[in-house]
Design a protein around this ligand. Structure first.
Ligand code: NBG
Length: 856
């Protein structure tokens, strides 16, 4: 059969199956089915194929029992699954043909799916990239997380302010998840400890009068990319406490204490919407323990069932603690080894330390987790005892190593002032600790974990983040993907190193023209999307107008990430205010059109971030309506920024704004996604920007600027930074800040208050806070000058294209595949475990027999 014929035959049978699912699961025929029903039927159809490989992958792993990685993370942001799954199993053409046969529009059907928004920002997205890569490279691995009923809130802008709406991704049944009652785990909280001894005479603890929760598992298939049908499928197991009568504490229920009785059923209801910030809430602690205990329980019981002994556990099991959120896993694993498997204390610790590894994702003080000792003791009495004893051992070791150094001991102990420092516990319980970019790891070693580094230097390694080029280039930017594949073949999709070969086309005129045409097309598409989905609303949430974006000639200047002071969206908007004021004075002072797009959610309780959102929205309104300015400058607030919306904007961006205060952004990953899609970076020397700069080289990195981390440190420690002086001396900055101070652009009291608050934070904060903590005014003049360079280069499109193609070609190192490879080598000692083809064949045979099964 020719390829074309084969696709037609396959498409026919898939189309039959879609119809079959419409009838058998929804009771409708193709003529009546709406888009939602069709989405569901299509997903169920593809799911069948995926299940075959999933079953075979599990068999392969169970038979070979290779060393396996268990990745535990409180957050995931997988993005929409239908498109990615189709692409990863290489069924694009096929599914398009099926839809043609069914006379339905694939784009509309894909738009039905809601993102599983089970994370806040970079950390959750990184976790999803890592799973994609593990599956693609066929590593034996397993993911654990929580199945929040409500993910991160949906953001709407009403009269220029952020309004949080519930995010209801589970309102309709999710076709990609599988409820697995058989894997449910019981998790206990509170209660009275009963001391006992295990067979080795070791102290262990039983519990009575506890609260019990049933953690029910839902499994999601994570499909590896492959051009042949032998793709691997890994499992992401998400726990929920939603459905279980056991969760009702009957005594309390009978006593009429309904709110308390229901607490445990609602544990996994919502994700805490804070990025890089911890609040020490009780339910959050219960969530963290739920994840740790259910996952560790599952890992241990699965291992013991298969092997009948725990002997090889330390060799076969690798547990990854993604940040400290799952750190209680350390105490939980100790507990199970001691109590259920009769380990001696020292043996148990050795096992834990061989298995566990910890990634730190931030140096921000407010994000380093500490739990109140009393609360841990009350909710997790047994784990509390274990943490205390571990700390006792640890402090003894510190004393031995550094006799007499009391100050050091105080800094290193897990306990401080009634709080437990989870990072300290995580380091002690881990084999390796890593930062997520070279600079970040250096800061861990030289600053925040310096004492730990001195004690065990070999423990600390760097694994620079990466992103999956499959979702973030191949899938989201088909035009550019084709541009690349036409020139260098498709190898880059699974081996990004090959993208270097693109370099030789950077100076080729035709390639430049083609690149520019693709970018323009992407900008038009994104502009259309903005028009349709990014409305202005009044204070009651009613529609009052559309976003009117620039056309494809304009520079698309893009900053997309959570709103945080250290990320300095404020610097970006102050720059826009300066441009605005200059244009007001002289409408011809700029020769290009610039659309400044800023997207990102503010944590609901983060006042300053919300004030900054208000300022951006005010500028959006002003620049769109002001007849003098609107031809040159438009600010757009890109509402409800999430993974799907990232896929829309990233291909359209010309300029990638990565301007965090140096030393603060652990890595950043949006920087990589944007560069991969041909945006040039205007950026500080922070996080992974530094490594990107190095790889791309000075020659093709034209817009670097700003103080380095060292310089920032030096100014900080000199105590001489005086933002007020900059404000007084620099006229542009003074004028921009004065409109905040005087409320000139504010349209209501709320805005006046917000803008004044921003002004104060920079110049004269109340309550003795540090003014301009993140050096916005310090770097603003350099940012302004660099933006002039941007405008100059942008007026030479072919030269710009040459830079952009060089940037893409130098993204070779920033694939997540490189990161997982480094984790596998430096951290886990993990080898791939390719899908057993015989097993696949066997499962496929059994599956096919159903065709003969008919009752009538
Ligand atoms: C974030 C950092 C980013 C980094 C991601 C992924 C947290 C706590 N940290 O710089 O801010 O890219 O983690 O490592 O979300």
């Amino acid at each position: 059969m020719t390829d074309e014929l084969e696709i037609q035959v396959q498409a026919d049978s898939l189309a039959y199956k879609v119809k079959h699912y419409l009838i058998t699961t929804m009771g409708v025929t193709i003529e009546e089915a709406n888009d939602e029903e069709l989405f569901r039927a299509l997903a169920l159809t593809l799911r069948e194929e995926i299940m075959i490989n999933w079953t075979a992958t599990i068999h392969t792993m169970n038979q070979q029992m290779p060393r396996t990685l268990y990745y535990i993370c409180l957050e995931y942001l997988p993005g929409s699954l239908l498109g990615n799954n189709i692409s990863n199993i290489h069924a694009n053409e096929l599914v398009k043909t099926v839809m043609k046969k069914l006379k339905r529009d694939l784009g509309r059907i894909m738009a039905i799916e809601q993102d599983p928004a089970l994370g806040n920002g970079g950390l959750g997205r990184l976790a999803s990239c890592i799973l994609d890569s593990l599956a693609t490279q066929q590593y034996p691995a397993f993911g654990y997380g929580l199945r929040y009923q409500y993910g991160i809130f949906a953001q709407e802008i009403w009269d220029g302010r952020q309004v949080e709406r519930p995010e209801t991704w589970l309102l309709n049944e999710n076709p990609w998840e599988f409820r697995r009652d058989i894997h449910a785990v019981n998790v206990m909280y509170s209660g009275n400890v009963i001391p006992m001894k295990n067979k080795k005479g070791e102290d262990v603890f039983d519990l009575e009068n506890y609260d019990e929760v049933r953690a029910l598992s839902y499994d999601l298939p994570i499909i590896g990319y492959r051009e042949t049908p032998d793709f691997s499928v890994l499992s992401l197991r998400l726990w929920t406490t939603k459905e279980s009568p056991r969760n009702f504490q009957l005594q309390r229920y009978n006593a009429g204490l309904l709110d308390q009785a229901a607490e445990n059923t609602t544990l996994t209801d919502v994700l805490y919407p804070n990025d890089n910030n911890e609040l020490g809430k009780r339910i959050r602690l219960k969530q963290e323990y739920l994840l740790a205990a259910a996952s560790i329980g599952d890992i241990v019981s699965h291992f013991y069932q298969r092997m009948g002994t725990m002997k090889e556990f330390a060799d076969k099991v690798r547990i990854h603690l993604n940040d400290t959120h799952p750190a209680l896993a350390i105490a939980e694993l100790m507990h199970l080894l001691l109590k259920d498997h009769n380990f001696a204390w020292g043996e148990a610790y050795e096992v834990v330390k061989s298995c566990c590894n910890y990634t730190n994702h931030t140096i921000l003080k407010e994000a380093l987790e500490e739990w109140n000792e009393g609360r841990v003791e009350e909710l997790l009495p047994r784990q509390y005892h274990i943490i205390q004893r571990l700390n006792g051992d640890f402090c003894r070791k510190v004393r031995e190593r550094f006799p007499g150094d009391e100050a050091r001991l105080q800094r290193m102990s897990f306990f401080k002032g009634g709080q437990i420092r989870m990072a300290n516990l995580s380091i002690y319980g881990s084999h390796r600790v890593n930062g997520v970019a070279a600079l970040h790891t250096e800061i861990l070693k030289s600053d925040i974990f310096h004492d730990f580094f001195e004690m065990e230097p070999e423990k600390f390694v760097n694994v620079t983040n990466g992103v999956t080029q499959r979702r973030w280039l191949n899938l989201c930017n088909p035009g550019l993907a084709e541009f690349i594949s036409k020139r260098i073949g498709k190898g880059w999709i699974t081996d990004l190193k090959q993208i270097e070969q693109l370099s030789k086309y950077a100076s080729d005129h035709d390639s430049q023209e083609e690149f520019l045409a693709i970018k323009k097309e992407n900008k038009r598409e994104f502009g259309e999307f903005l028009r349709l989905t990014n409305p202005f609303r009044n204070a009651r949430g009613h529609f009052i107008g559309i976003t009117d974006p620039f056309g494809d000639e304009a520079l698309f200047d893009v900053q997309i990430k959570r709103i945080h002071e250290y990320k300095r969206q404020l610097m970006n908007i102050l720059h826009a205010i300066i441009l605005y004021q200059e244009l007001k004075e002289n409408p011809n002072c700029r020769s290009i059109q610039r659309m400044v797009v800023i997207g990102g959610k503010a944590a609901p309780g983060y006042k300053m971030a919300k004030d900054i959102v208000q300022l951006i929205c005010r500028m959006a309104n002003l620049t769109q309506t002001d007849p003098v300015v609107r031809d040159k400058l438009r600010v757009v607030y890109y509402e409800n920024y999430n993974a799907s919306r990232a896929e829309r904007i990233i291909p359209a961006a010309d300029l990638s704004v990565q301007i965090s205060c140096a030393g603060q952004e652990a890595s950043g990953t949006g920087n990589m996604k944007l560069a991969m899609n041909g945006a040039l970076t205007i950026g500080t020397e922070d996080g992974a920007n530094i490594e990107m700069h190095k790889e791309i080289t000075d020659q093709w990195w034209p817009f670097g600027f700003g103080a380095t981390a060292e310089e920032i440190l030096a100014i900080q420690s000199s105590g001489k930074y005086n933002p007020k002086e900059i404000y007084e001396k620099d006229e542009r900055i003074r004028k921009a800040l004065d409109i905040l101070k005087e409320g000139t652009i504010a349209e209501n009291d709320g805005e006046r208050e917000a803008f004044l608050n921003i002004f104060h934070s920079l110049i004269e904060p109340v309550r003795g806070d540090i003014p301009d903590r993140y050096f916005v005014l310090y770097d603003l003049p350099a940012f302004y000058d660099t933006q002039i360079k941007v405008e100059e280069l942008y007026q030479k499109p072919n030269e710009w294209a040459q830079y952009a193609i060089q940037n893409i070609a130098h993204m070779n190192r920033f694939s997540i595949d490189e990161s997982t490879h480094n984790y596998a080598n430096l951290v886990w000692g993990l080898l791939p475990c390719p899908l057993d083809k015989k097993e696949l064949k066997k499962v496929r045979m059994q599956y096919s027999e159903y065709d003969k099964c008919r009752i009538f």
